[in-house]
Design a protein around this ligand. Structure first.
Ligand code: GAP
Length: 485
């Protein structure tokens, strides 16, 4: 990761705080690792992203319905899903700095350094050792052996003073009820993904809504993971939100559905206004697939920290529903009228983190531009996502201008999120709204009082055009529809 890239992330972190997008949680007490709060601008941006996703998944697909399952679920769910036994990360501690690392990430860091230094053969050798880790001894033992063989030092202290590598389960556990019920003494988990709420409700949804195979269930909700390393702002958090859709299909049609969903999800990112050259599809190689998956691909975004997953699309086969049938003792087979056959459905999953998606939007929108010897910071995001879509500025604080501005505010607030602001110089007001991504600013001036016009300033070009007051809503709609990154 280059210094410039790190600086760019730092700038986004600072802007997010300064403009009310994202604050560290409980900041007055020093913050809480990898937990964040969303301020007034963050709330609006997140709601807009959520709405875009919900619209694309449910309103545009008559056979996809919504669900809002609980965060707490029966402990057996996590046994059936495999999370109790297998949702682990290999961790290692630097005894000197007391900092904790993912052992596999330390090795990936070494590979990146070797590649950067042109030591391609050595990098390939380490990569092969990492790829085959777990096949000789246990995974932890193999990772530890690599760290020792290449004397990988701690990134923070520079020391080579490690603990052993240990598996660390990422689920958070808590007490349930005042007295733990018999059999539940082990406590209960906060869900690490929203998907299981969908699987356990598949039958309920089928029995109570008019859906049949193929159909989908969409859900947006919080998930919790006790991440070993969480130093990447809202990219990797311990409390985050997922937007997941499980598409239930007949066996034999799963491959086609998987390909369709991968294509649809990539289109969604482009429709969100993300630049094409910053997106790529990264299929998981066959020998790296999770044991239950037949095919999987990540949609990667080019973050300042490098190419990273923002969304996953998976063909999960009938693994989940078969496991829930086994663990619950309830039949999960469905009857397909079209083929007059009975089967346990296959599942195609699309899974995206809302917070990570928001970071992608902020990174893609962030620009610094030279304007008349000054630097303008601007978020060039899709107008449909902007927390404030229209700024309304009386040129100066005079009642006759403020009266027109208030009327415009009333008329426009049914269609857009608007901010009516009369304080400060007009230049400063423009810049403030550039920094939160407001695509259009309307200025009410004295000339306009004469001929019933206002000016509309475009965030991206900074061009202003004079428009008749009555046409403002339609002109704004046209501009928003025509917007391209
Ligand atoms: N049900 C499948 C599932 O949960 P995942 O790849 O573990 O798959 C899906 O997570 C998405 O959730 C990721 O692509 C990412 O956007 C988001 N995500 C996962 N862990 C996260 C974390 N710790 N912080 C923020 N987002 C996270």
């Amino acid at each position: 990761m280059s210094i410039e890239h790190l600086q760019q992330l730092d700038k986004i972190v600072s802007l997010s705080k300064a403009r009310g997008f994202i604050y560290p949680s409980s900041e007055i007490y020093g913050g809480l690792g990898a937990v964040y709060d969303y301020g007034p601008m963050g709330v609006e941006l997140r709601r807009n992203i959520r709405n875009q996703w919900w619209k694309a998944m449910t309103r545009k697909h008559a056979n996809i319905v919504g669900l809002d399952a609980s965060i707490f679920m029966h402990p057996k769910v996590w046994e059936a899903s495999g999370h109790v036994d297998g949702f682990n990360d290999p961790m290692i501690d630097d005894k000197q700095s007391k900092k904790r690392y993912r052992a596999d990430h330390l090795i990936e860091g070494l590979i990146a350094r070797l590649e950067k230094d042109g030591k391609v053969d050595q990098a390939a050798k380490v990569q092969e050792a990492l790829d085959t880790a777990g096949s000789r001894d246990g995974l932890c033992e193999d990772l530890e052996a690599i760290i020792h063989e290449y004397e990988i030092k701690s990134p923070d202290s520079g020391a080579f003073d490690w603990t052993a590598v240990r598996q660390f389960n990422l689920m958070f556990k808590t007490q349930f009820g005042a007295v733990a019920a018999a059999g539940d003494n082990d406590g209960i988990y906060l869900r690490p993904e929203t998907a299981q709420g969908i699987f356990v409700n598949m039958k309920n949804v089928m029995d109570t809504s008019r859906v049949s195979i193929p159909f989908g269930i969409a859900q947006i909700g919080k998930a919790f993971r006790n991440e070993v390393v969480a130093r990447q702002f809202v990219f990797r958090m311990r409390e985050f939100e997922q937007m997941e859709m499980q598409y239930f299909v007949a066996p034999g049609t799963d491959e086609e559905a998987y390909n369709e969903w991968l294509e649809k999800r990539m289109s969604w990112h482009l429709e969100l206004g993300i630049r094409k050259e910053h997106l790529r599809v990264a299929p998981h190689p066959q020998d790296k697939l999770a044991h239950y998956a037949r095919a999987a691909a990540d949609i990667h975004y080019h973050f300042p920290i490098g190419w990273q997953e923002v969304e996953g699309v998976h063909n999960r086969t009938d693994f989940d529903m078969t496991r829930h049938q086994e663990f619950s003792g309830k039949k999960m087979e469905v009857f397909d009228q079209a083929t007059q056959s009975k089967f346990i459905p296959y599942v195609i999953e699309t899974s995206i983190g809302l917070d990570r998606c928001m970071l992608m939007v902020l990174c893609d929108a962030y620009r610094e531009e030279e304007v008349e010897g000054d630097v303008r910071t601007v978020l060039k995001m899709h107008p449909a996502l902007a927390p404030i879509q229209v700024g309304i500025f009386p040129l100066v604080k005079k009642p006759e201008l403020q009266e027109v501005a208030s009327k415009l505010e009333t008329d426009l607030s049914d269609h857009f999120t608007v901010l009516n602001d009369a304080s400060g110089s007009i230049g400063k007001r423009y810049r403030r709204l550039d920094e939160i991504g407001t695509p259009y600013c309307i200025t009410v001036d004295f000339d306009g009082l004469e001929d019933q016009t206002v000016t509309i300033r475009d965030r991206d070009t900074m061009q202003q055009s004079r428009v008749s007051m009555e046409k403002v809503p339609s002109v704004l709609h046209q501009k928003m529809d025509a917007w391209a990154p």
